[in-house]
Ligand binder design. Structure first.
Ligand code: G3P
Length: 214
């Protein structure tokens, strides 16, 4: 399984990358806005830090404008992937871009049928949003299991990026259900590698050790 970092913060990317945990990066317009940096400049910097896929999202809503934006964005790095929203116009753009060999990540997927349409149109990655589905009381992990079953059954080339992951439990669930990739916000990582019993254990080991090494 691969981990992407769901951030445009280059300090977070460098920190987590130094632990060997980063296989790629995803961004969206909200994430880019949070950093207050130039879109092209930050994506180019991220694409130079990681050799894995770096998703950068189009702003246009019409297929021909999305394709034009995608042509620009895809020049920012060999590993840059164009993120396209899950709409009819988005599917049209994905179909054109896949024929041109430009990699796409279809985002804002909330149902099995949306995932199917994106796979069929030629998406390299599909991004179902776990946290936002659970926010409205839907069963998000079942969506991951169903999408994985369909990919394996029909041999689609698309890979699932489980997105909108906010808790360790959500990450554990999507891992068990076959998401190829989970994209994880920087602030969630420390919760994934810490446990209170680990900290207590270290404290008691050191306390016992000091008794014999005065
Ligand atoms: O990758 C999509 C993700 O960034 C959305 O997360 O927490 O805004 O639902 P969230």
């Amino acid at each position: 399984m691969k981990f992407f970092l769901d951030t445009a913060n280059v300090d977070d990317i460098r920190r987590i990358d130094s632990l060997g945990l980063v296989d790629g990066v995803t961004t969206n317009p909200s994430i880019i806005a949070k950093e207050g940096r130039d879109f092209e400049e930050v994506i180019k910097e991220i694409a130079s830090i990681t050799s894995g896929p770096v998703s950068a999202e189009v702003i246009a809503l019409k297929a021909d404008e999305m394709v034009a934006e995608a042509h620009q964005i895809s020049k920012w790095g060999e590993n840059v992937v164009v993120k396209i929203p899950m709409t009819e116009e988005g599917l049209k753009a994905v179909h054109i871009l896949s024929q041109e060999g430009i990699k796409t990540n279809v985002t804002l997927i909330f149902s099995v049928s949306q995932g199917l349409m994106a796979m069929k149109a030629g998406a390299t990655f599909i991004s179902p949003f776990i946290g936002r589905l659970e926010d409205i009381g839907s069963n998000a992990t079942e969506l991951i299991a169903d999408l994985r079953k369909i990919i394996d059954m029909y041999q689609f080339d698309s890979e699932i990026i489980a997105a909108s992951i906010r808790t360790p439990y959500q990450l554990e669930s999507v891992s068990k259900l076959g998401a190829h990739i989970a994209t994880i916000p920087g602030e969630l990582f420390p919760k994934l590698w810490t446990h209170p019993l680990t900290d207590q254990g270290i404290q008691s080991f050191l306390a016992d050790w000091s008794k014999f090494n005065k």
